[in-house]
Design a protein around this ligand. Sequence first.
Ligand SMILES: C[S@@+](CC[C@H](N)C(=O)[O-])C[C@H]1O[C@@H](n2cnc3c(N)ncnc32)[C@H](O)[C@@H]1O
Length: 394
Amino acid sequence: QQTQTPLPHPFTPQTCPTPFDDDSPASQAAHLPWTSPPYCLTPRSIGSAQKFCLYTAAAYNLGAGLSVLTTPDAAASLAAAVADTLPAWHARDHLASGGRLSKEQEGRVKYKVVRMEGKGMGVVATRRIDKFETIMVSLPAVVVDNEFLPAEEDEAPAEGGKFWRRVQGVGDWERVERLARSREGVNVVEDVVRTNAFGVRVEGREGKGLYPEIARLNHACDPNAFPRFTRSDLAMRAVATRDILPGEEITISYIPLGMPTPHRLRSLSNWGFNCTCALCTSPPAARDASDTRRHRLVEVYYAMQEPGVSYEELVELTREFVQTVEVERLDTKIGEYYQAFMRIYYNAGDAESALKYARLGLKYSEAFADPEGGFCSGLRADLKFLEAQMVGGK
Ligand SMILES: C[S@@+](CC[C@H](N)C(=O)[O-])C[C@H]1O[C@@H](n2cnc3c(N)ncnc32)[C@H](O)[C@@H]1O
């Protein structure tokens, strides 16, 4: 039986909203979709000239709430996504919703959150999940601009506490408070965000998004899921990168995929835990073999682009590359590689193979990247161009 979806929010802005901050004229209508006037400051402690404001939407995600700590311009660009109620409607079939699940909805949830030996809590599949399937949809509870909350080793503004205290009062804060923490000496909100947030990119600004449901996924260097951010609804989806069996832990990689062991361990050291994933704890010979394949991937990639490479060599290198990606299970990255192959084969005069790689690239990129993002749009344009060329018989 088809479920009726609600109409878009009546206040969804139809035009680009004007940025506003604490100096703008105070009128409730001007604040929509935010539910209270912004709280702003210019953090002098990090020598910034930029004004940052805390924008809150208490009703967002069925009352779970959203706090956005960013510049007035970036907040204005987020208004339409925050005002749109449809993502919350779709997300409610997952534990992501702030509200209670009906019996029928519970049957559709594909995972449960359980205690995992040596890792705190974790997420386990409750039924079979196919490759490319969406496992969960999560909406953000907090989004923070990276200039305000920079990387681990860089200092956050001393004025942060004034913001963090306000964030604690928004929506269903309890679900956020229960998340893992890994630091001492910093504000609890800052700690929860730093321990659990994911990179998000909004209007050219890098930020961190706290997605309480996705935040329960533990790290593995050879994960079976991938977090996919979509700009239009601000949602983060965990997408299966291979078939998952009931009882299997669902994991994602906290660091870029494909790194050899020493690089991985260095990257993971920022997270403050010893990785006990299958790849890190595999016998040294297996780890060395994997590292050798990962180094070889880089060599092959550059060899394919050498000016002197013959067409036959190119085909052989492509075959080796694709095979190694399969063995190392780096499928989520292959969309980008296929796009590169499209270019390489086009330049080598083989438009037919270029077209094949453009199609494959789009298939993987639409599954694991933002389908409305710049990479997929660019690839769709390339594909159209190549298809037109083939029809034109060029
Ligand atoms: C984003 S949270 C993941 C969920 C967390 N386990 C919980 O209880 O909410 C990140 C924290 O989980 C733990 N963790 C994640 N992956 C791990 C792994 N592979 N091995 C050990 N601990 C891990 C670490 O304590 C890390 O700081």
